[in-house]
Design a protein around this ligand. Structure first.
Ligand SMILES: O=c1[nH]cc([C@@H]2O[C@H](COP(=O)(O)O)[C@@H](O)[C@H]2O)c(=O)[nH]1
Ligand SMILES: [Mg+2]
Length: 236
């Protein structure tokens, strides 16, 4: 029988980190551009949209391939090591994305348990959240990209499945989980985990119609997501 009421009743939430909760993507862009300048390359959003969300080595391989920089010119490992100086200087300064704090506190008040699932390595994760300890203390689970249980990074589902398993009381089904992501790799990973995929792409990232159709919902900002489709009250 047809019904207007939503069929999903979400009980658990998993958030991505970079570009979703924290404004770190401009830092990645700035540091990357400073390194590829010597090859006369530009880090466009067309390239960046294929890179974001993947674990560091995989992301760097994609980057160098897309920019046609050969491993004779620069290896992925050399690139990552050159990034460290800029990352160490800039990550501690990163700020929360608009709506992030409001939505996190909204779920917390509703008693919905929260997990963080980031492709970022452990040390970078710690530096990024160092200025935001209070808000990240509301998360029950933190999974970073170097977790030994992760066999494959996003767009594979591993990181979201691991995060779901680690909740003190895990969800009864993956379809009870909402995943919030800013990258298309992350949306594919959430879908592969059979979870609800909510996409908040960067305003510079122009998703195709085919990509939009894959997400359960696409919104411009975290506090503008319509939670009624998951049987939850919206942020006021
Ligand atoms: O311009 C970039 N943005 C993002 C990444 C990669 O994307 C990850 C962000 O993952 P997430 O959004 O899943 O936290 C970073 O750790 C990094 O591996 C990158 O390499 N370059
Ligand atoms: Mg992200």
């Amino acid at each position: 029988m047809a019904t207007d009421s939503p069929s999903v009743i979400a009980t658990h939430v998993i958030f991505d980190l970079d570009g979703l909760l924290l404004e770190t993507e401009s830092i990645y862009t700035q540091v990357t551009q400073s390194i590829i300048n010597r090859f006369d390359k530009i880090y466009t959003w067309e390239v960046k949209s294929k890179v974001i969300g993947k674990p560091p080595l995989e992301a760097t391989r994609t980057l160098l391939h897309e920019l046609e920089i050969s491993s004779e010119q620069l290896t992925p490992e050399q690139f990552l090591s050159e990034c460290e100086e800029g990352f160490n200087k800039l990550f501690p300064t990163c700020v929360l994305m608009p709506g992030a704090e409001l939505l996190i506190r909204h779920f917390h008040k509703l008693g919905i348990p929260l997990a963080l699932a980031t492709s970022s390595g452990k040390r970078h994760l710690d530096v990024k959240i160092s200025r935001h300890q209070e808000i990240f203390s509301l998360f029950k689970v933190l999974v970073h990209g170097e977790d030994p249980e992760i066999k494959l990074g996003k767009p594979a589902p591993d990181i979201f499945q691991i995060a779901a398993r680690r909740f003190p009381i895990p969800p009864k089904s993956p379809s009870d989980v909402i995943v919030f992501e800013d990258s298309f790799s992350g949306i594919l990973a959430a879908k592969a985990a059979n979870m609800n995929a909510v996409w908040i792409p960067d305003s510079n990232n122009k998703p195709t119609h085919e990509q939009i159709a894959i997400a359960h919902q696409v919104a411009t900002q975290l506090d503008k997501v319509d939670l009624s489709m998951f049987s939850l009250p919206n942020c006021s």
